[in-house]
Design a protein around this ligand. Structure first.
Ligand code: MG
Length: 201
């Protein structure tokens, strides 16, 4: 199983990062050891600037390569929310030096994932989601605001990487990313439904 993450997929987030809008999806991978399925996340020693990025995650259901966009919808039917934890200080250094991002993005437990999967067909008008930090709204997202749709992402990725059953795609974060510290609690919602809670220890 692999985890593919899309960067800069919401205009407001690209703006807050002072980054140009991409003409094609930007992606990077996290290893399977980044998945966190328990409530507690232990703040890593190697960063002083850990950022949350709440994202819609889709799960690939069958193997595919060179998938045409018009058929991409047949490769997934469920989604949930996850957090793309980012060591922003390390990532900033990587960007300055033109180095890969894995050190900042792919560390252990950097991808907390809800175990509540929802049917995408129940959301014909798009997925509204949000992230609270200590009970205050930090991020609000609408999957209709993505620069690249789920189907476009799948089509693009499958030109380069064979997608397999069980692969996860983190589809990018909306604006409002920010720091978490020990003692903070993150809760993620689809509409009003709480699907994920992470305590920073
Ligand atoms: Mg992200």
């Amino acid at each position: 199983m692999k985890i593919i993450c899309i960067g800069r997929n919401y205009i407001d987030h690209a703006k807050e990062m002072n980054a140009p809008l991409p003409s094609d999806p930007i992606y990077f991978l996290k290893p399977d050891t980044s998945i966190l399925r328990t409530k507690n996340f232990y703040y890593p020693k190697f960063t002083n600037s850990l950022h949350y990025e709440c994202e819609v995650v889709i799960k690939i259901e069958k193997v595919g390569k060179n998938i045409q966009e018009k058929y991409a919808h047949t490769y997934y039917s469920e989604f949930t929310l996850g957090i793309d934890f980012t060591a922003r200080d390390l990532q900033t250094e990587c960007k300055k030096s033109g180095l890969p991002w894995e050190i900042a993005k792919g560390f252990d437990n950097s991808a907390p994932l809800s175990n509540q999967w929802l049917k995408i067909s129940d959301f014909p008008n798009g997925v509204l989601f949000s992230l609270n930090k200590n009970n205050e709204t930090a991020q609000s997202g609408d999957s209709n605001q993505m620069i690249f749709s789920f189907n476009k992402i799948i089509s693009y990725l499958s030109r380069f990487i064979t997608l397999k059953k069980g692969d996860l795609i983190f589809t990018g974060t909306p604006a409002g990313v920010g720091e978490v510290n020990i003692g903070d609690t993150l809760t993620a919602f689809v509409g009003d439904q709480n699907v994920l809670k992470v305590n920073i220890k």
